[in-house]
Design a protein around this ligand. Structure first.
Ligand code: ZN
Ligand code: ZN
Length: 283
């Protein structure tokens, strides 16, 4: 079984958004304004990811971290390059070369909003070197009703690709803010630690459901969460199960692993249709 369980790691939970635009591209707010807005709404960190350029803005607050990023737009793909120090020209590069160069410059790459981009799972599977895909993008949901890319995600997981799923805001203004976020487990609010925890999958994604605990005991996944009405244990093909109790809220669910699921990821939905997603447990 391959699963780095953030709930068994020492440290604290930090809330952040990894996809943010400012007035340096098509966002409404100045970097200092957007940082203040997120900080005042109980976030701990923000990756600023303007289109094809790095916004070099350092948070002036001790308890709020900004990390440099960029959103590359190329051949129909949008790719987040996170923790990247320097921008580079993508003019003569393929999407695969952009991902490679992002990694070579010390950053890491995530494929943005496949549904909105009309990116299919074979398109995603033709690439390598990225750590995950956006499974929820708040801006794409609010503007086009195309926020969820969980089907594309399951399609690539079913083909054996082991990547993480991210919920993001892709914030441009007050319209698409505070929709999708990640909760990262680290020892402290430090750039290296946050980035390492993300790269190791020590986080979960959410649009509002808080996941409180997850453990695997006696081959059984045991998960507790803020009151919700549906828990889906999603696995390969027809494996897995939905736990649902006529719309009555519950805060705990478990699933006995059979061993044939290939992977299991958990998606929780509350009565406001907010969600929480664990990363996949690969068998
Ligand atoms: Zn985009
Ligand atoms: Zn964007």
């Amino acid at each position: 079984m391959e699963f780095f369980n953030p709930f068994e790691e020492e440290g604290k939970w930090f809330k952040g958004n990894i996809h943010t635009h400012t007035r340096n591209s098509d966002g409404k707010f100045l970097p200092e304004e957007i940082v203040k807005i997120y900080k005042e709404n109980s976030y701990d960190f923000l990756f600023i990811t303007d289109h094809n350029k790095i916004t070099d803005y350092k948070s002036p607050f001790n308890d709020f971290l900004t990390i440099k990023g960029i959103e590359f737009n190329k051949d129909g793909f949008h790719i987040l390059g996170l923790d990247i120090e320097q921008s580079f020209s993508t003019e003569n590069l393929t999407v695969q070369q952009i991902i490679k160069k992002t990694n070579e410059t010390g950053g890491f790459a995530i494929i943005c909003h496949p549904y909105w981009s009309a990116i299919t799972s074979p398109d995603i599977l033709s690439l390598s070197g990225f750590i995950g895909i956006e499974i929820f993008n708040n801006s794409c949901e609010i503007e086009k009703g195309k926020g969820y890319s969980t089907i594309q995600y399951d399609e690539v997981l079913q083909k054996g690709l082991q990547v993480f799923g991210f919920a993001v805001d892709d914030c441009h203004s007050e319209r698409d803010i505070f929709g999708g976020f990640i909760m990262v487990k680290t020892k402290s609010l430090d750039k290296e630690e946050i980035c390492n925890s993300i790269k190791n999958g020590l986080f979960y994604s959410s649009t509002g459901v808080i996941i409180k605990d997850l453990k695997i005991e006696d081959n059984t996944i045991k998960i507790s969460f803020s009151p919700s009405i549906t828990v889906d244990f999603i696995a390969y093909g027809s494996n897995g199960i939905r736990i649902y109790n006529e719309g009555i809220e519950f805060d705990y669910a478990e699933y006995k692993i059979k061993g044939i699921e290939k992977y299991i990821r958990i998606e929780i939905t509350n009565k406001e249709n907010k969600k929480g997603w664990t990363n996949p447990i690969f068998l």
